[in-house]
Design a protein around this ligand. Structure first.
Ligand SMILES: Cc1cc2nc3c(=O)[nH]c(=O)nc-3n(C[C@H](O)[C@H](O)[C@H](O)COP(=O)(O)O)c2cc1C
Length: 578
């Protein structure tokens, strides 16, 4: 019997039960002390963890002294406050409601440390991967956490520390690292779901997103066919929920205001309800703008007065917080994430930058395809996964942003390819170009269309022909959001071109899209008309980055909030018009 060593069903159930019911606990701790024998069993379980080369690099420091815990709690408070000060609007409000430690609410705190030198230089395995010592100590934490749950003890992990300051408070020798700070005690109850999920801070990712067959990217659970994210999302995008839309329209008519007096915002609220499948829909916050940055081979044709290096320089500016997108995001309370989907430069890894480079820029589309189909699909997939990850991280509204010198040229070509528009009408002046450059830009778009003879029924082929890795990435981003029923606010002409590709792949994706603004680029209005989207703001902006969409964020949020919060004639006792 291959499964002869299997535990009896009841014991197996207990193992899976403790795994499912282990929780990070921060609330509802009881003051009762933890008996020494119980604590001893839990620590012995931790000590049985696997370890690299059997080095057992952990030590456990058991802390009960109140004065010491008060000093440690003060260390954590400092970092909590610093973290809170850095959060955008809605996130900061949500964080304020979260409890991140129970240092003083629990009778015992346990520190798990790691000695990366234990056992000397010939520790098996650690010689190639020094981090495996830390991993071993984490496994001791996992054992402790599970054994504690079985004993009815709650455990809360706190990581809001300057590690060296905490080590000094604990008298740790310099060769020991703090791996975990755990608050342990009996509790009133264990929640069924992570507190961060219940609070809407983050969502659980489906296991199918995490399992790959043979190679990264071939996603699928054992026994199932691998699914690729592109076909998965296009299959998941459904028409808006008609019942929720009807309920939203009816509610708008019963709200304490003249019928239709919120104008376009009433339609926005109806669209949000249809997308969410509920009336009222959830508030579209927190929001995150993802600025997809890439370079373009067609820049070589002299279509922009700006040198190509400006793309990378602006990425650095976004990450330093110095661009208009940062100012508008701060004002609107949105987070800024920058995606290197194809910048022609090596970018330093810094917080806030997602390194997803498909290639260092596209090829010149007047000489051949801007990218190959595999690259177009890879960029689409990257966009889908970024949307998924940002939604799993708790965002309820996604905003498109872009950066790429020469990307209005690629956008014009894409818009002409998808809508059949005349390049002389769809091509704009981008950042501002003289008459000679403008004439050349139109001619470049014409040459590209002539060369590739794009088929709008083959959106991947069209994206590959004219590129912009940011266009393909943004098309995936829109599809990913639509599949999760999360609204996407589109910025200008680059997002418009990307939305045409998304709509060509899954027409119902448009129901998730809100046109943030109408840019001064003529191709943008053509794209919006084709998609049937009405811009919310029209201020002659032509910057990109996500700026126009960010201006529309409060409008979309207000539309949802009105539908949710405004009283109805019957509930408020206000007399309706005769
Ligand atoms: C390495 C690590 C560090 C953590 N740090 C903190 C923390 O500082 N504060 C906190 O409240 N929770 C912390 N947590 C708990 C996580 O938020 C929690 O595990 C996650 O939300 C999933 O919930 P669950 O453990 O109940 O399944 C940490 C967890 C891990 C694994």
């Amino acid at each position: 019997m291959p499964d002869g060593h299997r535990y009896p069903a009841e014991q197996r159930e207990a193992v899976y039960r403790v795994i499912a019911e282990r929780r990070d606990v921060r609330r509802g701790f009881l003051p009762d002390p933890v008996p020494a024998d119980v604590l001893g069993r839990v620590l012995a379980a931790a000590h049985q963890a696997p370890s690299v080369g059997f080095s057992q690099p952990w030590d456990f420091i058991v802390i009960t002294d109140r004065a010491r815990r008060e000093r440690i709690a003060a260390l954590a408070r400092k970092h909590r406050d610093e973290f809170a000060a850095d959060l955008p609007g809605a996130r900061a409000r949500a964080f304020d409601r979260l409890k991140i430690e129970s240092i003083l609410d629990t009778p015992v705190n346990i520190v798990v440390s790691c000695d990366r030198t234990r056992g000397g230089r010939h520790t098996l395995g650690r010689h190639v991967q020094p981090r495996t010592a830390d991993f071993s100590s984490v496994l001791a934490v996992a054992n402790l956490w599970l054994a504690a749950r079985a004993e009815g003890l709650g455990v809360g992990w706190v990581s809001f520390f300057d590690e060296r300051k905490l080590a000094a408070e604990l008298g740790l020798p310099v060769h020991l690292e703090v791996i975990a700070y755990l608050c342990v005690g009996y509790v009133t109850d264990f929640a069924a779901e992570p507190e961060l999920a219940t609070a809407g801070w983050a969502r659980r990712r489906p296991v199918s997103w995490a399992v790959h067959t043979e190679e990264f990217g071939r996603r699928g659970l054992p026994g199932e066919e691998p699914v690729d994210p592109l076909s998965e999302v296009t299959a998941a995008i459904a028409p808006p929920d008609a019942a929720a839309m009807t309920a939203a329209r009816e509610r708008q008519d019963r709200m304490t205001k003249p019928r239709g007096s919120l104008g376009v915002l009433e339609e926005v609220s109806v669209q949000l309800a249809g997308l969410a499948g509920s009336c009222p829909p959830p508030l579209p916050e927190p929001a995150c703008v993802a600025v997809f940055a890439a370079d373009h081979g067609v820049h070589a044709q002299g279509v922009s007065p700006w040198p190509q290096e400006v793309t990378a320089q602006m990425v650095a500016n976004f990450l330093a917080g110095g661009a208009v997108v940062n100012a508008f995001a701060a004002q609107a309370g949105a987070e800024v994430t920058v995606v290197d989907i194809g910048v022609a430069a090596e970018l330093e890894p810094v917080p806030g930058l997602l390194p997803r480079k498909i290639a260092p820029g596209t090829a010149d589309f007047t000489a051949g395809p801007a990218m190959n189909r595999e690259q177009a699909t890879a960029a689409l997939t990257a966009g889908i996964e970024i949307a998924r990850d940002l939604v799993a991280a708790g965002n309820r509204c996604l905003i498109t942003g872009d950066m790429g010198i020469a990307n209005t040229t690629a956008s014009a070509a894409l818009i002409c390819a998808f809508t059949g528009a005349d390049p002389a009408v769809a091509t704009g002046r981008g950042t501002g170009i003289d008459a000679v450059t403008y004439a050349r830009k139109i001619e470049v778009v014409c040459r590209g269309l002539e060369l590739h003879r794009p088929d709008p029924a083959d959106p991947v082929g069209v994206l590959a022909a004219f590129g912009g890795f940011e266009h393909a990435g943004l098309a995936g981003f829109i599809l990913g959001a639509a599949a999760l029923h999360v609204p996407v606010i589109l910025d200008g002409v680059i997002a418009g071109a990307a939305a045409l590709a998304a709509a060509a792949l899954a027409p119902e994706a448009v129901a998730a899209c809100f046109a943030g603004h109408r840019s001064a680029e003529p191709g943008h209005a053509i794209a919006l008309d084709y998609l049937g989207l009405r811009p919310l703001v029209d201020l002659g902006l032509r910057l990109g980055e996500g700026t126009g969409a960010l201006l529309a964020l409060p409008l979309v949020q207000s539309a949802a909030r009105a539908l949710r919060d405004v009283a109805t004639f019957d509930s408020a006792g206000v007399t309706d018009k005769l």
